[in-house]
Design a protein around this ligand. Structure first.
Ligand SMILES: O=C(CO)COP(=O)(O)O
Ligand SMILES: [Zn+2]
Length: 214
């Protein structure tokens, strides 16, 4: 990578390239699906370009956009940049966003009858400790402004979201945290399908409350 970026921006670019490759190599991302963004120290967003494969990101060509949505540099930003911006603008703790079409969460997002306020009823502690409730955003086509409008409404209250018939969106205080929490959710969705129709002992309300108050 060239020297045209500040050292913190250079580090952020390298982190995005590294995490994108890690997602891709381990099968959490396939083809050119999914997008990542983070808030730079200069107050602008670094995001993956539209149509890019997370496994082959070029640190020098990542998109830079203002929080208002103006494209500053790099390749054309993700078509989902509007919903990424909505999350930063409506949650001061949001410093990074991960959106994937990971297998099990996307399968979950296609089920009918999900609880729109929390589609993952807790049966293991980590989802409660790290993420909390996961609301479902109704289906809109990728890139639709209504995804951003709905996420803007939910952003202040939740750390992860499931886009119906599409996939997860997870925020974090860092790209690493958002990535870790996305993986936690993906593994939890995988457990849901592994458990299938068997009777699950869900965590009780007091067990959930104990985890939340930690
Ligand atoms: O996941 C995607 C759309 O929801 C991928 O779109 P982009 O390639 O424009 O980021
Ligand atoms: Zn998508």
């Amino acid at each position: 990578m060239t020297e045209q970026f500040s050292s913190s921006e250079q580090q952020a670019r390298l982190e995005m390239v590294k995490l994108g490759a890690s997602f891709f190599q381990r099968g959490y991302a396939t083809g050119s699906a999914g997008n990542l963004s983070l808030l730079l120290e200069d107050g602008n967003l670094l995001a993956t370009p539209t149509g890019s494969c997370l496994g082959e990101l070029d640190g020098n060509r990542l998109s830079k956009v203002t929080l208002e949505g103006e494209w500053i540099s790099g390749d054309k930003p993700s078509k989902e940049i509007a919903f990424h911006r909505a999350l930063y603008l409506n949650n001061p703790d949001c410093k990074a966003v991960v959106h994937l079409h990971s297998h099990y969460l996307t399968a979950l997002s296609c089920l009918q009858g999900l609880d729109s306020e929390n589609c993952i009823r807790p049966f293991t502690p980590y989802v409660v400790m790290r993420v909390g409730d996961v609301p479902v955003v109704p289906y809109y086509k990728p890139g639709d402004q209504r995804l951003a409008d709905d996420l803007a409404q939910l952003a202040g209250k939740y750390r992860a979201f499931l886009l119906a018939n599409h996939g997860p969106v997870v925020v974090g205080k860092s790209l690493r945290e958002a990535a870790d929490n996305t993986e936690e959710l993906e593994e939890t969705a995988r457990l849901m399908f592994t458990l299938g129709d068997r009777a699950i002992r869900y965590l009780t309300d007091s067990e959930v409350a104990e985890l939340r108050s930690r």
